[in-house]
Design a protein around this ligand. Structure first.
Ligand SMILES: *[C@@H]1O[C@H](CO)[C@@H](O)[C@H](O)[C@H]1NC(C)=O
Ligand SMILES: *[C@@H]1O[C@H](CO)[C@@H](O)[C@H](O)[C@H]1NC(C)=O
Length: 388
């Protein structure tokens, strides 16, 4: 019996040893001295791994590797199991004009079965932030890491520092797991969202720590079956579904769970935010549960009147329909009197909002709840007392 059980395992083991196609970027000319441009070395290592008929891995040893924009294209790969193990730091050019208006710095496009383990990505964003703070003539900047139109992706133990724009974007993907990542940028860095998910299904984000200048996690149109659990967020703008409804024709957001998050000193806790203009977008089937708020400006908020600079939406109501949103076991402290704020669309009131075991206090004063065009129910202990 034993050998019957072992044999297939052993065969598998030897096969995987024999096919250990391991490509070290140093063998392709990369130098971890922080000076030499290693872009081509990384690209060539990718081409080799992607061209392998067997599962392959890419290794990045300790050191600092300077990279310009890199596009890892997977549409013609011969295998769907590429492991990238990073012991070093990938460094963006210190002059932000090099990436300029490139949408992203490290882009994985149409890949399938890519796993990234470890590594630090240093976006060197401080120069661009300073430029943006001083006013005009600055490029938009680049997202540090993006997976686009890809599937079966794992990002594990990665650190992202000082991105120019977003730290990580998952767009048009299916089955992506992000775990044990850490994101860090200054509290006043502009547009440095931690992880942005859009047009994707089956994304999960676990056990991560995000400190940044914009949303810790932002959820864009077309996101379904998203699971977020065990996150430390702050500083930052919280976890946000939206902004949605900027475009008239837009996909909805459905089936999102956000569980066990600690928000520390953030501007928002759990937020849904939509533009105040007509749109086909919607939000439904959302569960926010087990959240701890530590001195959060707006712990629970729905804002359907977003319209920066009052441009393009004066006196309009949001077309985004919000329904079936549950807030369960949300407790801690609010940094402003209105701890629960449902500001919904006049044309599309929120419905089936549920508050269950909510306990948010505001110093020694009374915390408040505000409801505009919001319908739903409350159960358990709810403080501030429900306005639904
Ligand atoms: C909702 O999403 C979760 C993953 O986050 C998935 O396991 C579940 O099956 C989805 N539910 C429905 C009804 O699709
Ligand atoms: C609500 O929170 C306050 C402050 O943390 C705490 O003293 C109180 O016991 C909590 N109430 C309930 C019902 O959990």
């Amino acid at each position: 019996m034993t050998s019957l059980v072992l044999t297939p395992l052993l065969v598998f083991f030897y096969l995987s040893l024999a096919s250990a196609n391991n490509y070290d970027v140093v063998n392709f000319g990369a130098k971890g001295n922080g000076q030499k441009d290693s872009t081509n070395a990384f690209l060539n290592a990718w081409v080799a791994a992607c061209g392998s008929a067997q599962p392959a891995s890419i290794y990045v040893p300790p050191g600092r590797y300077l990279l310009r924009k890199v596009e890892f294209i997977g549409s013609n790969c011969r295998n769907n199991q590429i492991t990238i193990r990073i012991d070093g730091t990938l460094v963006a050019p210190s002059d932000y004009r090099v990436l300029g208006n490139a949408d992203n710095w490290l882009l994985f496009e149409q890949v399938s079965g890519v796993s990234i383990y470890g590594g630090t990505l240093d976006g060197q964003g401080t120069g661009l932030w300073a430029c943006k703070a001083s006013g005009y003539g600055c490029p938009k900047g680049a997202t540090t890491l993006e997976f686009s139109n890809s599937k079966n992706v794992l990002i594990s133990g990665l650190r992202s520092l000082n991105s120019q724009m977003f730290h990580m974007v998952i767009n048009g993907c299916n089955n992506v797991k992000v775990q044990g990542v850490s994101v860090s940028a200054s509290a006043n860095s502009p547009n440095t969202d931690g992880i942005h998910v859009a047009s994707s299904a089956g994304v999960s984000i676990f056990n991560s720590r995000i400190a940044t200048g914009d949303d810790c996690i932002s959820i864009g149109p077309g996101t379904t079956n998203l699971w977020i659990e065990n996150i430390a967020c702050g500083p930052g703008h919280g976890i946000s579904i939206g902004s949605l409804g900027k475009a008239y024709q837009e996909d909805g957001v459905q089936n999102v769970t956000v569980s066990t998050v600690t928000f520390t000193g953030t501007t928002n806790g759990v937020r849904i935010k939509t533009w105040a203009k007509p749109s086909t977008a919607f939000v439904t089937g959302v569960l926010f549960q087990h959240a701890t708020m530590v001195n959060v400006q707006n712990p629970i908020i729905i804002d359907q009147n977003y319209c920066p600079n009052d441009e393009g939406c004066p006196n309009q109501a949001s077309g985004v329909k919000i329904s079936d949103v549950t807030y369960q076991d949300i407790h801690g402290t609010s940094a402003s009197p209105v701890a629960v704020n449902f500001d919904c669309s006049e044309e599309n009131p929120c419905n089936r909002l549920i508050l269950e075991d909510v306990n948010l206090s505001y110093g020694n004063q009374k915390s408040q709840a505000s409801c505009v065009h919001a319908e739903g129910s409350a159960s358990g202990f709810v403080k501030p007392s429900s306005c639904l």
